[in-house]
Design a protein around this ligand. Structure first.
Ligand code: SOE
Length: 385
């Protein structure tokens, strides 16, 4: 085994994304033979008590209560941003200017202007930067891309992408930060729609070049959140206004000529984390659903769909883990992301998806919002009663 060079990591935020990133930093070196050995140097969170408890539980050596202190530390070479979108740009730009490598949760920022500032900072900084679209690192999705690259589907005509969740169907579910425009930028659109835009672009190798959209906020008032952890929360009697979309539907054209449809909703009762994509090409089709994430369905010729269990040693990432058929979970996608990020740093090349890729997705999100807000793009058939 080659000699490992240590690299210090500082992570900002320790909620759902912080927990899953910690798991990736902890386990990546045990499963992948990497040139760099990450050291979990410091975790930043505003409350010392809560950050210290999280650091002890998740494996971080030290704690800061101000992310600026973390960014300045000499034992930190990588800054991992796991905060809501309203702080991404400020932290990322400061970290890049301090010469650090940066990995940042999605969507890259809350606005196109912030994302552009991040891309500018990344372009002039020595550090490498990556936006954390983890679903690219699902073995079945990486295999789907391989099939498209090999030409096995022929010319791609249709892309059908959906991201379906149901965790806010209950109108009494509180107004957590993901339902506030000032914190999250947008709702289902940016939180999960961003993932399917990136997944569609990644798998097809094509860019979204135009969209037409509808968005809706079904529940407009919710109890204010008192406590929240991950996607669970409790609220009180006071209520507040939901300032983001609950669902976003849009159609689009891709740069290679494919027609695409996208649906992002947190109101798909019964669907928990159904990131789905189907591609139809001139020679074949592919279908994937994250709720059965170890499977890829493929149709070549006129065979109809058959299932591939994506757990063979030759499948992307799979060989590092368990024997065939034993399967991976959500957390592994983050381990793969960290592995790819560390390899890019060691090889002095830009990782993918880059901040520029994140900016492209941000521009699609903004175009969807513009389209949905433009009544002239919507043809009324009859007035809703
Ligand atoms: C909530 O919708 C959420 O946690 C997203 O924020 C994540 O990006 C997605 O992976 C799972 O769902």
């Amino acid at each position: 085994m080659s000699e490992k060079i240590g690299i210090g990591v500082g992570m900002v935020g320790h909620a759902f994304m912080g927990r899953v990133h910690s798991q990736a930093w902890r386990s990546v070196g045990a499963f992948f033979d990497l040139p760099l050995a990450p050291r979990m140097a410091v975790l930043a969170g505003r409350s010392r008590e809560r950050a210290s408890a999280a650091a002890a539980r998740l494996g971080w050596a030290d704690v800061e209560t101000d992310w600026r202190k973390l960014v300045e530390r000499d034992d930190v070479q990588i800054v991992d941003i796991c905060t809501p979108g309203d702080s991404h740009a400020e932290i990322a730009v400061a970290a890049l200017e301090a010469g650090k490598h940066v990995i940042c949760e999605k969507p890259l920022a809350n606005t196109v202007a912030e994302a552009e500032a991040m891309v500018r900072a990344a372009a002039s900084a020595p550090g490498r930067s990556m936006v954390a679209f983890n679903y690219r690192r699902v073995p079945a999705i990486a295999l789907a891309r391989r099939y498209v690259e090999e030409g096995r589907l022929g010319e791609i005509r249709h892309v059908r992408a959906q991201y379906l969740q149901d965790w806010i169907v209950d109108p009494e579910f509180p107004l957590v930060w993901r339902l506030r425009k000032d914190k999250a930028g947008s709702g289902a659109l940016g939180d999960i729609g961003a993932h399917i835009i990136d997944t569609a672009e990644y798998v097809t190798g094509q860019r979204v070049v135009g969209v037409s959209a509808l968005t809706e906020t079904f529940v407009k008032e919710r109890p204010l959140a008192e406590e929240s952890a991950g996607l669970s929360a409790t609220g009180g009697a006071a209520t507040g206004t939901v300032t983001v979309d609950d669902a976003a539907l849009f159609i689009g054209r891709l740069s290679g000529g494919a027609l695409a449809s996208f649906e992002a909703t947190r109101f798909a009762t019964g669907r928990k984390n159904a990131l789905r994509i189907e591609l139809n090409g001139s020679l074949g089709s592919l279908a994937f659903d994250f709720e059965a994430m170890n499977e890829l369905w493929v149709s070549e010729g006129d065979s109809g769909f058959t299932r591939i269990l994506v757990t063979e040693p030759g499948h992307p990432y799979a060989g590092a883990w368990w024997p065939p058929g034993h399967g991976l979970g959500y957390e592994h996608t983050f381990t793969h992301e960290i592995k790819d990020f560390l390899e890019a740093i060691a090889e002095e090349r830009d990782p993918a998806p880059s901040f520029a890729d994140g900016l492209r997705v941000q521009r699609v999100l903004a175009a969807v919002e513009r389209s949905a807000a433009d009544a002239s793009r919507y043809t009324v058939v009859s007035e809703a009663s």
